[in-house]
Write a protein that binds this ligand. Structure first.
Ligand code: COA
Length: 259
């Protein structure tokens, strides 16, 4: 169905695998277009309750934007590349009302680190490497790295990583809060699935609100607390919130319907 992406839907979870292992899954224009399509499926297909993004092979998640497309770019082309990628893929992942997790199975450099950071949170295998090496090419991150890396690891560390282009290993990424869990390569997908499976059994509207409000906090929205009050109130109008309280009081598992 896609040239550069594999998808598999099982038990409500869509696994999206960037599939250019010979190029360490670098993001060329086709990958970006196909990722945009597949994110559209996450948004629109009611059978998809959540998604996992990963890379094909054992070496790389995504080793960045495809550098072989850079020589032909001028200022306008570069801006268009960054804007299209951000609008069609990275921002839509971040703002998806359904949870999207990254399973980082190797190099996550440049656009790869940015792709992982656009996800709601990240797990990594112990061979994962993270970095924003754009300065080595005379560039800056263009798919949201300056903003999301700063949100995730703080200003000083983000500055250092983007100025030096240095790579972090998985345990350093864990220590900085860039990833939530580190596993062996074999455990990465099962553990990511287990966590996502647990999330998608909860009330989808509540999960969507968590994503929306936490995204507001990350950008320092001054109205975040007020918006939380409104969301808290709105949720009392949902059937799922009634079911959640009822199930607790009746000492049984809640059955949420997304209403
Ligand atoms: N864009 C295009 N091609 C890439 C790529 C990228 N971002 N990253 C890796 N590749 C290609 C290599 O050109 C090579 O292709 P080839 O076999 O046709 O020559 C193939 O993937 C394997 O990469 P290679 O460099 O041989 O692997 P390595 O193990 O020696 O090094 C890295 C791995 C990740 C350290 C190295 O590939 C690298 O530095 N990549 C670029 C990372 C980067 O700067 N990303 C940000 C871009 S803005």
């Amino acid at each position: 169905m896609y040239q550069t992406i594999l998808t598999e839907l099982a038990e409500g979870i869509l696994t999206i695998t960037v599939n250019r292992p010979d190029k360490l899954n670098a993001l060329n224009r086709i990958v970006i277009e196909e990722l945009a399509e597949v994110i559209g499926t996450v948004y629109d297909n009611p059978e998809v309750k959540g998604a996992i993004l990963t890379g094909a092979g054992s070496k790389s998640f995504v080793a960045g934007a495809d550098i072989s497309e850079f020589l032909e770019l001028d200022g306008y082309g570069g801006m268009e590349l960054a804007k299209k990628g951000q609008d069609m893929v990275f921002s839509r992942i971040e703002h998806s009302s359904k949870p999207i997790l990254a399973a980082v199975n190797g190099f996550a450099l440049g656009g790869g680190c940015e792709l992982a950071m656009a996800c709601h949170f990240r797990l990594a295998s112990d061979n994962a490497r993270f970095g924003q090496p754009e300065v080595n090419l005379g560039l800056v991150p263009g798919y949201g790295g300056t903003q999301r890396l700063t949100q995730l690891v703080g200003k000083g560390k983000a500055m250092e990583l983007m100025m030096t282009g240095a790579m972090l290993n998985a345990s350093e990424a864990l220590q900085l809060g860039l990833v939530n869990h580190v596993t062996t390569a074999e455990e990465l997908m099962p553990k990511t699935r287990t966590i996502l499976q647990s999330i998608i059994t909860k009330a989808p509207i509540a999960i969507a609100k968590v994503i929306e409000l936490t995204n507001l906090a990350a950008i320092g929205d001054p109205n975040g607390l007020t918006k939380e009050i409104h969301a808290f109130g709105e949720l009392f109008n949902t059937t799922d919130a009634k079911e959640g309280a009822k199930a607790f009081l009746e000492k049984r598992p809640a059955v949420f319907t997304g209403n």
